[in-house]
Design a protein around this ligand. Structure first.
Ligand code: AVI
Length: 331
C-alpha cells in the first residue's frame, strides 16, 4: 500500500496496485472455447466502452440513470437522518460524478462533515473526478482508493473515523448472477460496523417492452457498446471478428428477470484470434453472451438483504415503480 498524493483535503491510496487481474487473453480464450460461448461483462469497459456507456446513460430509452438520479435528489435529506454530524461517504465505482454530487451536496446542505471515499480500479477516473469535486466543494475531504471494491472497503474500515455510507449505484448489482450478488453483498457486510449503511440502486422487474427498448436503443449505441468487446479482441489479441456478421440481440426473460445481451452469428464462420493461437467456430445462429442485466422485485431485494446479513431499512422508488434505491443496515 502506498500514498500517491497527499494534500490537506485529498488523499489517493493504491491498494495492492501491483496485483493485476487475470489476463484478458486467458479469459477470452476460455470463454470462447466453452458452450455456450460467454465473455465477462467486465471486458466491456475499456476507454471506448466507458465512453459508450456514458452515452447510453444519456439515451431517452435508457431510463435507469435518469430515474435513479431523480430518486436520489428526492430522498437525500431523508438519507441524511440515518447519520450523525459526520460520515464517510464511500462510493463503489467512480464513473460520472453526477450522482455523487447529489449526495455530497445534500449531505453538506444538512451541515454534515463529509469525507468522500470513492473506490475504483482506475486511478485515472479517480483523479479526474476528485479534482473537480474538491474545486466545487471547499468543505469536502476526499480519501480516494484505487483498488477493487472489497480490498478498498477493507482498507477504509481501518482508516475511517466515522460511520460509513457505502453506495453502490446504477444497478451495477444487476450485472452479477443472483448468487454472486448475494455473495458480494455479504462480503460488503463483513466490512461494515452496526452504524454503517449500504445504499444500493436496483432496477426493478417490469414490462418486457420497456426493458427491450432500454437495452436495444434506436440509435444503436448499446449495440456499439456490446460489439466493442469484439473490436477490443481484434485490436488487443489479433482477432478477426467481422462485426457486420454478428447481430446484436437483447431479449428479456421475464421468468428469470434478466436481459441477456448477445452477439449472434449471422453465418457459419471460423474466426482466428492470432494472439491466442485459437480459431473460434461459430454456427449460424450461435450466440456469444456478453452481459446479463438482472431485474429484481421488491421481495427479491428484501430476500437478497436477508441472505447477506442485512435488513432493508428504507426503500425509495419513482412514481412508476421502475427503479429502487435501497438502504440496508447490517443485522
Ligand atoms: C452498468 N450496468 C448496470 C448497465 C445495465 O443496465 O446493466 C450496463 C448496460 N449494458 C447495456 N446497457 C447498459
Amino acid at each position: 500500500m502506498h500514498t500517491l498524493r497527499e494534500r490537506n483535503r485529498f488523499k489517493l491510496i493504491g491498494v495492492r496496485a501491483e496485483e493485476q487481474r487475470a489476463s484478458f487473453g486467458e479469459d477470452v480464450a476460455q470463454g470462447l472455447s466453452r458452450t455456450p460461448k460467454r465473455l465477462s461483462y467486465r471486458f466491456l469497459y475499456d476507454a471506448e466502452g466507458s465512453r459508450l456507456f456514458e452515452a447510453i446513460c444519456a439515451l431517452p430509452e435508457y431510463y435507469p440513470t435518469r430515474v435513479e438520479t431523480g430518486i436520489l435528489r428526492g430522498h437525500v435529506d431523508a438519507l441524511g437522518t440515518s447519520f450523525g454530524s459526520a460520515l464517510w461517504f464511500v462510493e463503489l465505482g467512480s464513473g460520472s460524478d453526477r450522482k455523487a454530487r447529489i449526495l455530497i451536496e445534500g449531505l453538506l446542505r444538512r451541515g454534515k462533515d463529509v469525507c468522500y471515499a470513492p473506490i475504483d480500479i482506475s486511478r485515472h477516473a479517480l483523479e479526474k473526478n476528485c479534482e473537480a469535486l474538491l474545486e466545487t466543494y471547499p468543505g469536502l475531504r476526499i480519501h480516494a482508493v484505487a483498488a477493487d471494491y472489497l480490498e478498498g472497503l477493507r482498507h477504509l474500515k481501518s482508516e475511517s473515523d466515522g460511520p460509513m455510507l457505502v453506495a453502490w449505484l446504477g444497478s451495477s448489482i444487476g450485472n452479477l448472477e443472483r448468487d454472486d450478488a448475494v455473495a458480494f453483498v455479504a462480503q460488503v457486510r463483513r466490512w461494515m460496523n452496526p452504524t454503517d449503511r449500504f445504499l444500493v440502486g436496483i432496477d426493478l422487474r417490469k414490462d418486457a417492452a420497456i426493458l427491450e427498448r432500454a437495452y436495444r436503443d434506436s440509435q444503436g449505441v448499446t449495440e456499439r457498446f456490446i460489439k466493442n468487446v469484439l473490436t477490443r479482441i481484434n485490436r488487443e489479441l489479433g482477432g478477426h471478428f467481422d462485426l457486420e456478421s454478428m447481430e446484436y440481440e437483447a431479449p428479456y426473460d421475464g421468468e428469470a428477470g434478466r436481459v441477456d445481451m448477445l452477439l449472434t452469428s449471422k453465418r457459419r464462420q471460423d474466426v482466428p484470434i492470432d494472439g491466442l493461437s485459437l480459431v473460434v467456430h461459430l454456427d449460424r445462429g450461435e450466440s456469444i453472451h456478453a452481459e446479463s442485466s438482472y431485474k429484481y422485485s421488491r421481495e427479491e431485494i428484501a430476500a437478497l438483504g436477508r441472505q447477506a446479513g442485512m435488513k432493508l431499512e428504507a426503500q425509495w422508488m419513482d412514481v412508476s415503480g421502475w427503479f429502487s434505491v435501497n438502504l440496508f443496515a447490517p443485522t
